[in-house]
Design a binder for this molecule. Sequence first.
Ligand SMILES: C[S@@+](CC[C@H](N)C(=O)[O-])C[C@H]1O[C@@H](n2cnc3c(N)ncnc32)[C@H](O)[C@@H]1O
Length: 214
Amino acid sequence: MCVFCNLWGVTRFAIIGQKASASADFLLDDLPGTSGRLDILLRCLRAALLSSHGLRRQVVVYLVLLGGPLAPRVLRVDGSTVTFLRPDERSLAVLAKKVLSAGPSGPQRFLDIRPGVALASGGIEVVLGDCTDGTKTCRTFVLDEHGADVRDVEVLAAGNDELFVVGDHMGIPDDIRERLDRVGASPISIGAESIHADDVVAVLMNEIARRRVR
Ligand SMILES: C[S@@+](CC[C@H](N)C(=O)[O-])C[C@H]1O[C@@H](n2cnc3c(N)ncnc32)[C@H](O)[C@@H]1O
């Protein structure tokens, strides 16, 4: 269970990497070509956790890695405790490589690999388990072009813990979508046009930030 679930308004993102490498055997010099598009997930991580010269302390990001022989695994980065997170994609890829080569491939619970960065075996179940207080899962939204307009979703950022699930270039697989339906996840849209996953995260963070200022 996530120790931060009781804090006011922790914003969580789960990014689903349908082919993203759950092992460290990718090339830093050809990340898109060798990692199952882990680069997409790393850009989402940056968009969620980093502002200009700042780290968003109340954001937690889960990278759900469904590609390669060690899959599924989830890499979690917790803004409240992580240190030295650099914004460039290569540095984030170096971090992912180190964590994936150091981490366990057994237990379905998060093990801290370095401050604020943890790894678990398992997929979306591990994320949902981390977002529960033992009785119910925090309010969950699936990012979907056909969902309700985010600007009409009043509960958003009202001080609740929230989990936002975003797909990669291949979208969200049916089995995960069905699992999210079963926990009552609501589809929300940030516009009718399908845009890149990291842009979705940036726009959504902006929506949340604007409401919190108000
Ligand atoms: C590049 S899109 C995936 C496109 C993919 N071909 C598909 O069919 O889902 C990546 C992810 O960003 C999110 N997304 C893209 N545009 C969106 C929008 N306008 N509103 C909400 N979510 C969006 C969805 O979660 C999607 O799975």
